[in-house]
Design a protein around this ligand. Structure first.
Ligand code: ZN
Length: 139
């Protein structure tokens, strides 16, 4: 059961998915992150050179950071084109996004994944790569 704020953030992610550029996978994903500057969203953006594709989570986080956000406390993500009976794995964030979350979000941040549940960053990536644990995210 999501709180009212979590539901609002998840709905922002769902709305962002409508802007997804996914002509190859048809896998439309939206993400929205909450910080001291408010809610900032993003969608997945694919490229004919597949390796250049960027996930919705990273677009949202980079968008927020580029607008000045330094305390990102929650992120919601939704794939609006996933089949209703799809396995949980098809709804989860990829490893690259988890690593970026660890760097740009607060250590106790919450990740809400549509149809999968509510997770902490530690749930998603318990042993991240890290160079300077105390300085990178402003702690
Ligand atoms: Zn990803």
């Amino acid at each position: 059961m999501l709180t009212r704020d979590e539901e609002f953030l998840l709905n922002s992610a769902r709305a962002a998915a409508a802007n997804a550029y996914c002509p190859y996978s048809k896998f439309a994903v939206g993400a929205a992150c909450e910080s001291e500057i408010g809610i900032v969203s993003g969608c997945n953006i694919e490229n004919a050179s597949y390796g250049l594709t960027v996930c919705a989570e990273r677009v949202a986080l980079f968008n927020a950071r580029s607008r000045g956000a330094s305390r990102i406390t929650r992120l919601a993500v939704s794939c609006i084109t996933v089949r209703p009976d799809a396995a949980i794995n098809q709804r989860m964030c990829c490893g690259a996004c988890r690593q970026v979350m660890v760097e740009l979000m607060q250590p106790n941040a919450i990740v809400i994944i549509d149809g999968a549940g509510v997770f902490t960053l530690r749930d998603l990536l318990p042993a991240p790569f890290w160079l300077q644990s105390s300085e990178i995210n402003g702690e």
